[in-house]
Design a protein around this ligand. Sequence first.
Ligand code: NIG
Ligand code: FE
Length: 416
Amino acid sequence: MLIHSASQLLTLAGGPQRGRELGQLGIIPKGAVLIRNGIIEAVGKSDELRAAYPDEPDFDALDRVVMPGFVDPHTHVIWAGDRAAEFEMKLQGKTYLEILAAGGGILSTVRATRSASLNSLLDQTRLRLWTMFEHGTTTAEAKTGYGLKTAVELRLLQALIALDREGPVELAFTFLGAHAIAPEYKDQPDQYTELICETMLPMLKEWWPNHAPQSPLPFVDVFCENGAFNLEQSRRILSTAKELGFPLKIHADEFGNLGGVPLAVELGAVSADHLVLTSDEDIRLLGQSDTVAVALPCTPFGLAEKDYTPARKILDAGGILAIATDLNPGTAWCGNMQFAIALACRYMGLTPAQAIAAATINAAAAIQRADRIGSIEVGKQGDLIILDVDDYRHLGYRFGTNLVKAVIKKGRLYPV
Ligand code: NIG
Ligand code: FE
């Protein structure tokens, strides 16, 4: 299929964008892209490509923006239960960590998720993934973390593997058994840490190749936070995971700075996420590393907090910045990357071009897929979106409505 007559074809060519380089969109005016068998075969000017491939079925973008599908590199998309009442409690003055300490928050979702059947988890999560897809997300990372028991965590992975096969959203998997201290271990966080290290991770390593033979090992992530896992416990979990060969991620500096960033850099984590209270010294470390800094602006927005990730400082330090939604029932029920971009422009000081690069090629780097997705380049997967605007700056500028007109996943067109 030849998609032609884009007002602006945003290629994002050239790989992940570090520091102040962020925001190179590689725009081709009157651009076109040829996709065959799901893979991009040619990129260029519409008149040239139409002349070169006269017999190709064509799709007229009608002078609208065509760009890579969004990559959402941090979601907790699989859960059961409802926390609308908690939202109300937060508005009345309770904090997120107070609700968690009182057995609510993540633990309330854990109770509901544990008692949900595989089919009901599949049904609920499938709907969320379709909504994300309609808003332009063609690949997403998806974390477990509402099981906190070996069997349930594996059930969540099993569901995610099935949903990835089903499509249309492609998934990158993350094991987040270290999302909260399991209720059975309420006063023994070290024992739960030990269970993760001695039982869950080795079991997962054996289980994985039999259940997802085509996929590399999932990421292992830790919520390094007051009320969740302290630095020592986080170090133990991530070092064990690293020894077993898992790639690493960390939730760091969301509500407190416990030292998660130096740990991530030391262990060579693929990404460090949240980064709201990250110190200047930690930003310097991050900027000199290959660990991708993933900002989640829907989270402070969702909690009505005023501090956002200091993105400009991260860019000045040379860091690789990505953005994600953090879709979850507690802090950010939003799987819309367009809204994350709108927030990043307002509260993190990014330009639309910077936010777009952070939501595509750099987001792909945050899940180790920048070689396959995140840009429109020959040899890459045909994952594209067509926006109902003719200038890319409308992304970020406009909010609250869906600007996506059509989504193309591996060369297959889905009108929205
Ligand atoms: O990223 N920080 C930990 N996890 C989520 C919240 C999960 C929940 O509250 O259910 C987050 O904000
Ligand atoms: Fe998260």
